[in-house]
Design a protein around this ligand. Structure first.
Ligand code: 1GP
Length: 238
């Protein structure tokens, strides 16, 4: 099978926009999963991301197996820490929180994860993860104990994204934080998209279909929707 990263690159080359639905294993009720999966199958989603800043349950394996029984979308781990690794998924965003200055999230968790990942077949996609301030503290900020970048500081955000690219990251992820009050500013998406070569992911605080289209128009290659779909499984039917 062609690897997921090649597919993302191909989509970017063809200007085909991608959409990930983010499922937090702590919030998914397994009994309701079949309805959830049928809604995902009817949606324009191209990927399923699984993870969260603080996942406390260990249902990830079971959740992924059940999703795979009824859904063909690739499943990508989006882990808050190494305990969320599951070899049942297809790939993992190997994140480094490059907007922050907490060594645990820059390298420590990655060192712990490496030997575990070596035992799996997961495709590893190194991702520069950049947290952007959204006016209110988000879970990523709280858990990672890092300060997000100022949403008005375009220069610093661009330099951070470019440093991530130069370090060899394969993706840049601009994150406002799950449930953020304000999504990543469109002018910031545009500036970063125009000045990096690698695909740009954008998520956090996008609450309607127009928000997704706006992020695409600004230059996002892949948009992540978590809370809006979690709150309303008919989100994509509107
Ligand atoms: C969070 O970017 C994702 O990591 C999705 O955010 O839950 O606000 O959609 P939302």
């Amino acid at each position: 099978m062609e690897n997921l990263y090649s597919q993302i690159i191909k989509a970017k080359t063809n200007n085909q926009k991608l959409l990930a639905i983010l499922l937090d294993p702590d919030k998914v009720v397994l009994e309701n999963l079949s309805v959830l999966i049928s809604k995902i199958n009817q949606s324009p989603a191209t990927h399923i991301f699984i993870g969260g800043s603080l996942v406390t349950t260990s249902i990830s394996d079971e959740l992924i197996i059940k999703i795979k029984q009824n859904c063909n979308l690739p499943i990508v781990l989006f882990p808050g820490n190494p305990s969320q690794i599951s070899d049942k998924a297809d790939a993992i965003l190997f994140l480094s929180l490059i907007s922050g200055r907490n060594p645990d999230y820059l390298i420590e968790h990655q060192v712990k994860a490496a030997p575990i990942l070596k035992q799996t077949q997961l495709e590893i996609i190194s991702t520069g993860y950049i947290l952007i301030g959204s006016g209110k503290e988000t879970a990523v900020e709280r858990v990672s104990k890092t300060t997000p970048l100022d949403r008005n500081n375009l220069d610093l955000t661009l330099a951070t994204a470019q440093a991530g690219e130069m370090l060899g990251n394969k993706l840049i992820y601009l994150e406002a934080g799950s449930g953020a009050k304000q999504a990543v500013p469109l002018n910031m998406i545009a500036l970063v998209a125009q000045n990096i070569e690698i695909p740009l992911l954008v998520g956090g605080g996008i609450v309607d279909l127009q928000g997704i289209q706006d992020a695409y128009a600004a230059g996002a290659d892949l948009v992540i929707i978590g809370t809006a779909f979690e709150k309303d499984i008919n989100f994509f039917n509107a």
